[in-house]
Design a protein around this ligand. Structure first.
Ligand code: URA
Length: 321
């Protein structure tokens, strides 16, 4: 139970906190509102070489392991198909046209075929990458290219790489693009994305302040779960993105993000709400916004998780920037 606020300052903080919570709960009419206001090693030029090595010969990931036996409660297992996508609200993002999706049988490793430990590419760094420096998101995006590393390339309209502040202190990692994201080439723009945007704003950030990306960069058909080989193929790019942005904290949205980054098959219901560490970066696992749309009563827990992140950044209710 919360203690009663003692000062007007505390009271105004409680009210601001409540207002923020309401902002992203509003579609439920506050039905589930429960007020508890108290409630990498750098990726160098050599690291990019490592990325190439990993994507040429992906290392096994947790997601590639067989799913553990029954794990009640099955809050996010299996993930039901996402809700039908709403009409896109934004004009299509300007995108470079993608080449036709001719599928190669085996992706040709473009630069090196070295084990992951090798830190220098025989071919040298990518053009524009100074050896010894971290590659940028642009360089990683170029390395991804018109990716044919897994079967998701067959059905995608656009690769959804990531969006936001390349120097963000906070990164949100989701699962994979849905229909709206596939069309727009931008992560989290559909219904779940609108909720995520409210969550971000409730924390006192603008969407552009943070960086948002997914475990897999192409839409799984019919919004099915990403399959282990797909996660394995894409994971090095996610890891590279996190090393390029080098945030102070990561919010892992849902089981795919949390389990992939942490290499831990613990259900998200058990993992959420407790700080973990990813490559020296604080990581908070929480529920995926799509799950919260289906289970709005769980928003309270997600808000508690996000409040821990706010606390880490010293963000008080009402404080922006
Ligand atoms: N769900 C995700 O995990 N990512 C998106 O980009 C959209 C919906």
């Amino acid at each position: 139970m919360s203690e009663a606020p003692e000062t007007s300052q505390e009271l105004s903080e409680v009210l601001e906190d409540l207002r923020r919570h309401l902002l992203w709960q509003e579609e439920d009419g506050g039905r589930f509102l429960q007020v508890d206001a108290r409630l990498a090693a750098e990726l160098r030029g050599a690291g990019l070489a490592r990325l190439r090595a990993q994507t040429a010969k992906p290392a096994p990931s947790v997601a590639a392991q067989p799913a553990p036996a029954a794990q009640p409660p099955p809050a996010e297992r299996p993930m039901p198909p996402r809700a039908p996508p709403p009409e896109p609200e934004r004009p299509l993002a300007a995108r470079a046209p993608e080449p036709p999706p001719a599928r190669r049988e085996a992706p040709a490793p473009r630069l090196i075929e070295a084990p992951a430990q090798v830190v220098r590419s025989a071919a040298g760094p990518l053009p524009g990458v100074v050896e010894g420096e971290r590659p940028t998101l642009d360089e990683i995006r170029r390395e991804l290219g018109d990716c044919r590393r897994c079967k998701l390339c067959d059905g995608r309209k656009n690769i959804v790489f990531g969006s936001g502040n390349p120097r963000a202190e906070l990164v949100f990692v989701g699962e994979g693009p849905g229909a709206d994201e596939d069309v727009q080439g931008v992560p989290f723009v559909g219904a779940a994305g609108q909720l995520l945007t409210k969550m971000i704003e409730a924390m006192g950030y603008r969407r552009d302040d943070v960086y948002i990306c997914n475990v897999v960069k192409c839409r799984p058909p019919n919004n099915r779960n990403p399959e282990p080989d797909e996660v394995t193929a894409c994971e090095p790019f996610l890891r590279a993105q996190l090393q390029a942005v080098r945030p102070k904290a990561i919010v892992a949205l849902g089981k795919f993000a949390a389990q992939t980054l942490l290499r831990d098959t613990t259900p998200i219901t058990k993992m959420r709400g407790t700080w973990r560490e990813y490559e020296g970066i604080k990581l908070m696992p929480t529920f995926h916004p799509a799950y919260l749309l289906r289970q709005p009563a769980e928003k309270k827990k997600a808000w508690e998780d996000l409040q821990q992140v706010m606390k880490f950044f010293g963000k008080q209710p009402g404080q922006r920037g």
